[in-house]
Design a protein around this ligand. Structure first.
Ligand code: NAP
Ligand code: MG
Length: 496
């Protein structure tokens, strides 16, 4: 598996990158001096060594963040319009460096370079551009009170930034997840300490550089690369006011417990096991393409992956055969090769996890289509379809986070609603039908934060995103995201 991007170009991008911690506007080594390796999952080769931040580094960053959030500090004294301009400029700089960021994302995560260029990077820029406008539109209300006679008091609400926020992100969309977190935090006037995933630290470091270039004052965005213990130290720190986390439901629970000390505000974007419902009256060609995209996009490493496919019985065979053809046509390979549709999984750990679920499906009696390792180097798994599944199989109930879909037929609208909702998760869902009334009824009854109709994986900076049930707390994107980063203060003034 070869790469079509020249080695010299890759080396230049990696060599030019800061690989230390970004604390208080400066690039510094970890207090311990330690570093860790980040690997290219397509080749298993080391891309770079980055600083290994730990508790002491977290303490340093929190001290700098508190100083940056002081109400005499430049960030707090900056007019909101100016704050918006800096946020907008971060979006501009992301677009200006689009190719380089896409290259870092492809190297570090494995995803196709061409996909990072049209999805991850431009969507990250969109988010900053969208949020930049909100900085100057955060308003309270003037509220008439009934507890006093009119004119005796003036009462109003103020919206104020919540403070120092820890933002912990995963490896599947490293830059985009960072943007979803940092954009609204900055728009609200907060200061952020960003902890990227250990597997994919590079684009967060570049984002830190670009934020400084855009004119963000020191300490307003800091980047601590490291492991889960650095995340846990941020979550437990008494001077951190809020945690925003994206990742597994399991770690989400630990975050809730860890944040209890000073009762930090917490928002969580967690896992999913999203149902995709295909009715017999759907445009079948569109449903097949849509269902393939729902599960195979980004190697299936999507929190909203359509990983449970339910097809009305009369068209079940036709849809499964079509999906198999789609799966077989996907070219699996090095993400830097322009011919590649699907890259490797992010790590050995994720490879073991995904193939472990395929094995569990097999031993529980499912029929496996695909399921093989591709090549003998790198963490490549073929797109995989499980048929002859039952609802109680682990591969049907648990999040796999890989290119593995479990399929089953259904017989009626009533039956499929209850089956589709029979999960602890509630992040995404989809329905394919030409009957608009049926599609809308189904969309209303599916318990999920996003429901796609006759499509999948369409995101927009203006559309709120998040989970029902164990898929999370709160919403990202849209103006709803600002709520996560704002406090409301009531001011009541006696005018007598
Ligand atoms: P994870 O452990 O939940 O990691 C997410 C982020 O949390 C990373 O930055 C991680 O740091 C950090 N972290 C880990 N333990 C922590 C702790 N105790 N306190 C604070 N922060 C902590 O996810 P993962 O292990 O990389 O992936 C495992 C599974 O999670 C996947 O197979 C998938 O099912 C699910 N997942 C879901 C999403 C999503 O978007 N919903 C994204 C990624 C993964 P380290 O990188 O150093 O561990
Ligand atoms: Mg982890």
């Amino acid at each position: 598996m070869t790469s079509a991007v020249e080695e010299s170009r890759i080396q230049k991008v990696v060599d030019g990158l800061h690989r230390q911690l970004l604390i208080n506007g400066e690039w510094v080594d970890a207090a311990s001096g330690a570093t860790f390796e980040t690997l290219n999952p397509a080749t298993e080769e080391v891309i770079a060594h980055v600083a290994h931040g730990e508790r002491e580094d977290v303490n340093r960053a929190v001290r700098a963040a508190r100083a940056a959030f002081d109400d005499t500090a430049p960030w707090r004294r900056m007019p909101p319009g100016q704050r918006g301009k800096i946020i907008h400029k971060i979006g501009d700089l992301i677009l200006k460096n689009l190719e380089e960021l896409a290259l870092l994302e492809s190297l570090d995560n494995g995803k196709p370079f061409v996909v990072a260029k049209v999805a991850d990077v431009p969507l990250a820029a969109d988010l900053f551009h969208y949020m930049s406008g909100w900085a100057s539109k955060i308003e309270g209300n003037t509220i008439p009170m009934s507890a006093a006679s009119p004119g005796s008091h003036l009462s109003f609400s103020l919206r104020e930034p919540v403070g120092v926020v820890a933002q912990i992100v995963p490896w599947n969309f490293p830059l985009l997840m960072a943007a979803w977190k940092v954009g609204p935090a900055l728009a609200a006037g907060c200061v952020s300490i960003l902890k990227p995933a250990e597997q994919t630290p590079l684009s967060a470091l570049r984002l830190g550089e670009l934020a400084l270039e855009a004119g963000l004052p020191p300490g307003v965005l800091q980047v601590i690369t490291g492991f889960g213990d650095a995340g846990a130290a941020l979550v437990a720190h008494p001077d951190v006011d809020k945690v925003a986390f994206t990742g597994s439901t399991e770690v989400g629970r630990e975050i809730v417990r860890g944040a209890a000390g000073n009762l930090k505000k917490v928002t969580l974007e967690l896992g999913g096991k999203s149902p995709n419902v295909v009715y017999a009256d759907a445009d079948i060609a569109k449903a097949i393409k849509g269902s393939a995209g729902a599960i195979f996009f980004n190697q299936g490493e999507c929190c909203v992956a359509g990983s449970r496919l339910y097809v009305e019985r009369s068209v079940y065979d036709e849809v499964i055969e079509g999906l198999q053809r789609e799966a077989e046509s996907i070219r699996v390979g090095n993400g830097l090769d322009p011919a590649t549709d699907m890259g490797p999984l992010v790590s050995q750990e994720q490879f073991d996890r995904v193939t472990g679920y395929i094995d569990s499906g097999r031993s529980d009696g499912a029929t496996i289509h695909g399921g093989d390792r591709v090549g003998d180097r790198g963490y490549f798994v073929a797109p995989t379809i499980l048929t002859d599944t039952r609802d109680d199989m682990r591969a049907v109930q648990e999040e796999i986070f890989g290119p593995v879909v479990a399929a089953a037929p259904f017989d009626s609208e009533e039956q499929i609603i209850s089956v589709a909702n029979r999960t602890d998760y509630g992040l995404g869902a989809g329905v394919f039908s030409r009957d608009i009334a049926k599609a809308m009824r189904t969309a209303q009854r599916l318990r999920a934060g996003t429901v796609w109709v006759n499509t999948w994986n369409v995101f927009d900076a203006a559309m709120p995103f998040g989970g029902y049930k164990e898929s999370g707390w709160g919403r990202e994107m849209g103006h709803a995201a600002l709520e996560n980063y704002l406090e409301t203060k009531s001011v009541i003034c006696d005018l007598s």
